[in-house]
Design a binder for this molecule. Structure first.
Ligand SMILES: Cc1cc2nc3c(=O)[nH]c(=O)nc-3n(C[C@H](O)[C@H](O)[C@H](O)COP(=O)(O)O)c2cc1C
Length: 357
């Protein structure tokens, strides 16, 4: 399925080495001020960075095809298109018979037959997230109009972990460094971790933390469409995401109730909690505290050093050397993607709950 959302519906289209990628966002309220330059800025943040990213150079100019006229949403579907320009498909033919370990080549070919388009990873490429980021920029505008901010940063790269407590401003500040770390010191340590992996012909994983603040109490549609459930569904669609946790997350399992329970307090006449191990969600509903989530991103599957694979046509074990242009660490580029994904879900749930008309 390439469509997600209930009131605010996102459809992604295109493929990595086809003519274009993009998104259709349906359900955005009419009359919304839409700053197209901000959409472009978000998409620019997703581009690979010199030294730590793939050398694939894409201009990624966002074209608005429909749904925005004179800087305002019309109420019709918003279609956002980005042309693919820097494609080199020659190196991908082999992966249909010798699949890359850790990538979707084997599963995609098994499911969709030999007709599947695996050039540049096809529909399984990180490039599909261009449309997600562009549409997410609009969801962010919708939320910001209501005082809700969504921002993410890199919490961990390989063994380098940022151990400070952070809030939404860390995500905003991380825009000043290409690692998308909360501080320049963390960025430098993470950069060294990525360079070291790349020098070994290898890749490294990471954790992206996303915080949404300003959310009112009451967003979320239990039983099944909980805030955690909807965010998890969207975020697991992001290629390379292998885990998600909210608040104290997996550490909750090692805690006692007396430690984990967040005491209720009154702040400026509003019910809040003294700490936030719940990650802003109780019973699948926002509790007025910031929603805090972390996604684990696996090390990039396509690595330069030789790997063991199988020629699935002949059944012979074979060595695979991957050429092509790949990110040694996906986490920094995943930051705007995670922000966009979270914003789309929170905007959709806000509309469903009546917070947004
Ligand atoms: C922004 C972004 C960039 C990515 N770049 C690469 C890449 O250069 N090489 C690669 O092998 N995987 C890359 N990926 C991840 C793959 O697309 C993903 O691992 C693959 O589709 C298999 O899906 P899965 O890891 O979710 O199982 C990227 C993902 C994102 C979000």
């Amino acid at each position: 399925m390439n469509t997600i959302g209930s009131e605010l519906r996102l459809t992604l289209f295109g493929t990595s080495h086809g003519p274009c990628v993009g998104a259709v966002l349906d359900g955005a309220p009419p009359g919304m001020i839409v700053d197209v330059a901000s959409i472009q800025h978000e998409v620019d943040l997703r581009k690979p960075r010199a030294g730590i990213g793939t050398p694939r150079a894409e201009e990624d100019v966002v074209e608005v095809i429909s749904g925005i006229v004179d800087g305002k949403s019309t109420g019709g579907p918003i279609t956002l298109l980005v042309m693919n320009r820097d494609t080199d498909s020659r190196k991908y033919d082999r992966f249909k018979s010798v699949p890359r370990p850790g990538h979707a080549d084997l599963t995609a070919r098994s499911k969709y037959s030999d007709c599947v388009d695996l050039r540049g990873g096809g529909q399984f490429s990180g490039r599909m997230t261009v449309g997600l980021v562009a549409a997410g920029a609009i969801a962010k505008m919708l939320l910001e109009e209501r005082g809700i901010r969504v921002a993410a940063f890199v919490r961990q790269v390989g063994k380098v972990r940022d151990r400070e407590e952070r809030d939404v401003t860390s995500g905003v500040l991380s825009r000043s460094n290409e690692l998308r770390a909360a501080t320049d010191e963390m960025a430098e340590a993470m950069r060294q971790e990525i360079i070291s992996a790349r020098e070994d012909g290898d890749s490294v994983g990471g954790v992206v933390e996303c915080i949404a603040d300003g959310l009112p109490i009451g967003i979320g549609e239990p039983f099944f469409d909980t805030v955690e459930g909807e965010l998890a569904k969207m975020l697991f669609a992001v290629p390379g995401v292998k885990g998600i946790e909210f608040g104290a997350g997996f550490a909750s399992a090692g805690m006692r109730g007396s430690q984990h329970n967040d005491p209720f307090v009154l702040v400026d006449g509003k019910v809040r909690t003294a700490k936030n191990d719940a990650g802003g969600i109780l019973g699948g509903i926002t509790n007025g505290m910031p929603v805090v989530l972390r996604v684990a991103i696996k090390p990039t599957a396509s690595i330069a050093r030789g790997q063991r694979s199988l020629d699935v046509k002949s059944g012979r074990q074979t060595d695979l050397k991957i050429e092509g242009r790949h990110d040694p660490c996906i986490a920094p580029r995943a930051v705007p993607v995670v922000e966009a994904a979270a914003a789309l879900v929170l905007a959709d749930l806000s509309m469903r709950g009546g917070t947004v008309d």
